[in-house]
Design a protein around this ligand. Sequence first.
Ligand SMILES: [Zn+2]
Length: 111
Amino acid sequence: MECGEKIIGRSDKKFCNDGCRNAYNNQQNKDSSNLMRNINNKLRKNFRILSEQKFVDGKAKTTKQNLSINGFDFTYFTHFKVYKNGAEYRFVYDIGYKLLEDDWILIVKNE
Ligand SMILES: [Zn+2]
């Protein structure tokens, strides 16, 4: 699976030696940690942009466009909450936001 060499031995053998197995596993781990690092960076950036808004009593109001201009990526958030009144919030860690009409967004710090 690493070097493509013909393998001699048991039929379930996947690697010709420990070096090839290690090289293969290291590459696999690297790919998944790159993916996670990229997503974590996006979440961190989203969190930073939300936290930089002007909060009054734990609430801030801005537009979707304003967040986008600053590089906010709406694809990435950590969790989703629906409150009893039906309001749906997406959270990036402990800061949530709700989409309002006309591109407005309400941002709340979850106490
Ligand atoms: Zn090999």
